[in-house]
Write a protein of this length. Structure first.
Length: 171
């Protein structure tokens, strides 16, 4: 089952003297987080309301209700903000990284297990999935249609038709 709350980012400091927070986004961009009016602490245990939000360089400047001084903001440094999955619908074919991590990477034709997805790297043109086999060896798989045949979140697997050389290297 997918988690109802997703890690959105970490508070890395304050901005100004009125309690505005600098948030390092753990998603595509600060602009994505700008659209949320509610965030959560502790994986959904406590709701907090956003008064304002705006991108600044690669961070989100976020003003939360009840945080009005730099001292209150400093006390939140290092805390992780969450968003509700229900508030963040994705278009078809897009996935949250948190949902991809841990999927079994299998051959689409034979069902052979290559390993587990252990990381996702954005490269600009397409993401790259890191697949780690049982021996701990890492492989980099481009997240393109020719290679990633199907993402089955319910079945917890990523079906691949890998390009030559990705898994059949001569070590």
């Amino acid at each position: 089952m997918r988690a109802p709350f997703l890690e959105a980012g970490r508070i890395v400091g304050t901005h100004g003297v009125r309690g505005e927070l600098r948030v390092e986004p753990w998603c595509d961009s600060a602009r994505f987080l700008q659209g949320f009016s509610e965030f959560y602490w502790e994986n959904g245990k406590e709701k907090v309301r956003a008064v304002s939000a705006r991108p600044h360089k690669n961070l989100l400047l976020l003003k939360l209700e009840g945080v009005d001084t730099v001292e209150q903001g400093d006390a939140l440094r290092g805390r992780v903000l969450y968003i509700a999955r229900a508030d963040a619908p994705l278009p078809e074919g897009r996935y949250f990284v948190q949902d991809l991590i841990g999927l079994s990477a299998v051959d689409a034709d034979t069902g052979a297990l290559y390993g587990k997805v252990t990381d996702v790297f954005p490269t600009g043109s397409n993401d790259v999935y890191q697949v780690t086999d049982a021996a701990g060896k890492n492989y980099l798989v481009p997240a393109i249609r020719d290679v990633v045949v199907r993402v089955d979140l319910e079945g917890e697997k990523l079906e691949l038709r890998p390009m030559e050389g990705i898994f059949d290297d001569a070590d």
